[in-house]
Design a protein around this ligand. Structure first.
Ligand SMILES: [Zn+2]
Length: 297
């Protein structure tokens, strides 16, 4: 019985995200006629460019051997400030499909489109409920939420079908498999966090807004208005950490950990590195979820 209920829940979840993103298309009747699958020769693969590695991982999950993925922001670079050079722009503009994160992350997108006005572009944030980072500023870290990721995966699936309709069934099947993995990790984390009394975690840069929303947590950033914190703000964080028995500070590899080290020393707390820009999305999110949960009383 419980298994059935879970299956129904998964199905409802998948349908909901598919409908939001429009990945379920009008002619579902075509499922009876399997399309001939072309071989995965490198030359006839669909060239997909995307902004950050997690989105590249989504594209690979749905596109499988039919796609060749290029990620614009290199490992270790900071996507909020990284701007592709003109020659990288020219290169990226040769792709068949560009997958944007959206939500304001690609502030250089107009320049890229100038280099190739005909390129198919998918805004993966379509249908994601956006949150504000600060007053009037949209928080771009949408992919750091398994639920948002499901919407993004659907948008990517629609984009791949638009440029390569012959392999529609293949993309839809892969999408379904990946959405199930997202859903099952989401349920696992939901249960993990449900039992926690304490809900506050300290991070260096406030990338975890959507993640915190999903599990009813609250992130406290060490950065003060996107800059390294001043002594007054640091003092407030230390007080808050003491009051809430916080013994872990989460940092990201792109940022200088100095402020985190100051607090950690003061608090006798540990530092744990989370990397929301890592390539292997599911593993990264599972690790982050478990580490954040471990840090909560
Ligand atoms: Zn960020």
């Amino acid at each position: 019985m419980i298994g059935n209920i879970n299956n129904i829940k998964i199905l409802v979840f998948l349908l909901a995200v598919a409908i939001i993103s429009g990945c379920i298309s009008q002619d579902e009747s075509s499922s009876g006629t399997p399309s001939a699958a072309p071989s995965g020769n490198a030359s006839d693969r669909i060239k997909v460019a995307t902004t950050i590695a997690p989105l590249g991982d989504f594209v690979k999950a749905v596109g499988g051997e039919k796609v060749e993925v290029t990620v614009v922001v290199p490992p270790g670079a900071e996507p909020h400030t990284f701007e592709p050079t003109p020659s990288l722009m020219m290169d990226v503009a040769k792709a068949d499909l560009y997958v944007m994160n959206g939500a304001g992350l690609e502030f250089w997108m107009d320049k890229l489109l100038e280099a190739n006005k005909g390129m198919v572009v998918v805004d993966s944030s379509q249908g994601v409920a956006l949150l504000q980072e600060r007053k009037g500023e949209i928080d771009p870290h949408i992919w750091i939420s398994l639920r948002n990721a499901a919407v993004q995966v659907n948008n990517i699936c629609s984009g791949l079908i638009a440029v390569d309709p012959a392999n529609k069934d293949y993309y839809i099947k892969n999408r379904y498999d990946y959405l199930q993995k997202l859903q099952s990790l989401d349920e696992e984390l939901n249960q993990t966090f449900a039992g926690k009394k304490s809900r506050i975690f300290i991070v260096h840069h406030p990338a975890w807004t959507y993640f915190a929303r999903d599990y009813d947590l609250s992130q406290v950033p060490l950065m003060e208005n996107e800059k390294e914190p001043g002594p007054k703000y640091l003092g407030e964080i230390i007080d808050l950490a003491r009051k809430n028995n916080i013994t872990t500070i989460f940092v990201e590899p792109e940022y200088n950990p100095k402020a985190a080290e100051v607090i950690a020393r003061e608090m006798n707390a540990g530092i744990v590195t989370l990397d929301p820009l890592a390539e292997n999305y599911l593993e990264t999110m599972a690790y982050a979820g478990r580490e954040i949960a471990k840090s909560l009383a």
